[in-house]
Ligand binder design. Structure first.
Ligand SMILES: [Zn+2]
Length: 193
C-alpha cells in the first residue's frame, strides 16, 4: 500500500474514494492513478499487446502512470508566485481548458472536462457497445467508477478506444492552451502600445 495525504477540504470537495481521486503532493504521488486501478496481481499490461501505434502506446502508458502533462503533475514545477517558490498547491492546478475550476487530473481529463465531450461520447459508446453494457446505468455511475471501469478493462477494443481518446484529446488540449497563450501575449502587447 502506498502512502498519501488528502487534505480534509480537498476530500470534502471530491465525494468519492480518496484512493481513486488524488490527492496530495507527497511520496509516490506519481503512482496515484495507476495505483488506484492496478490489480494486486501482477499481469501483463494489455495496452502493450493491443495498441500497435507506438506514440499512442507511450501516451497511454504515461497517462496510466500519472506522468502525463496534466496540471496535477506539471503544477508541481510551476512557479507559485512567491520568491523562489516552485510548485503550485493542488487547488491551484485547475484545468485551463474549461470553466469548471476543477483540478486537472486524470479523471477530469477522461470523464469530466466538457472540452472533450464529443470525443468522450465516441469513447463511451464504444465501451458500452463492445462490453454490451446497459447504457443508462453505465452513464449514471459516478465519474470515478466509469474511470476505473475503463482503465481496468482488458478488452482490446476498449484499450484502443482509450488510446485514441487520449491521442485526440491531448492534441485538442495542446491547441487550446497554445491559442490561449497567444491571446494573452496579444492582449499584453496591446496594453503596452
Ligand atoms: Zn476541464
Amino acid at each position: 500500500m502506498y502512502n498519501y495525504n488528502v487534505s480534509d477540504s480537498f476530500r470534502a470537495k471530491n465525494s468519492f474514494d480518496p484512493e481513486v481521486r488524488v490527492l496530495h503532493v507527497g511520496n509516490n504521488n506519481k503512482c496515484r492513478s495507476y495505483a488506484s486501478f492496478k490489480s494486486q496481481r501482477l499481469r501483463q499490461e494489455s495496452y502493450l499487446r493491443y495498441v500497435s501505434d507506438v506514440c499512442k502506446r507511450k501516451l497511454l502508458s504515461r497517462f496510466r502512470l500519472g506522468v502525463s502533462v496534466l496540471r496535477i503533475e506539471t503544477g508541481r514545477y510551476e512557479h507559485n508566485g512567491f520568491p523562489g517558490g516552485k510548485g503550485l498547491p493542488l487547488e491551484w492546478r485547475v484545468c485551463l481548458c474549461c470553466d469548471l475550476r476543477k483540478l486537472e487530473d486524470e479523471i477530469h481529463f477522461l470523464i469530466e472536462c466538457p472540452c472533450y465531450a464529443k470525443m468522450r461520447e465516441r469513447l463511451l459508446s464504444k465501451v458500452i457497445s463492445e462490453l454490451k453494457l446497459n447504457h443508462t446505468f453505465f452513464l449514471s455511475l459516478p465519474s470515478d467508477a466509469i474511470f476505473m471501469f475503463i482503465m481496468e478493462s482488458q478488452d482490446k477494443v476498449v484499450v484502443n478506444a482509450l488510446a485514441d481518446y487520449l491521442w485526440v484529446a491531448f492534441k485538442l488540449r495542446n491547441q487550446q492552451l497554445t491559442q490561449a497563450l497567444q491571446n494573452t501575449v496579444k492582449s499584453v502587447k496591446r496594453r503596452k502600445v
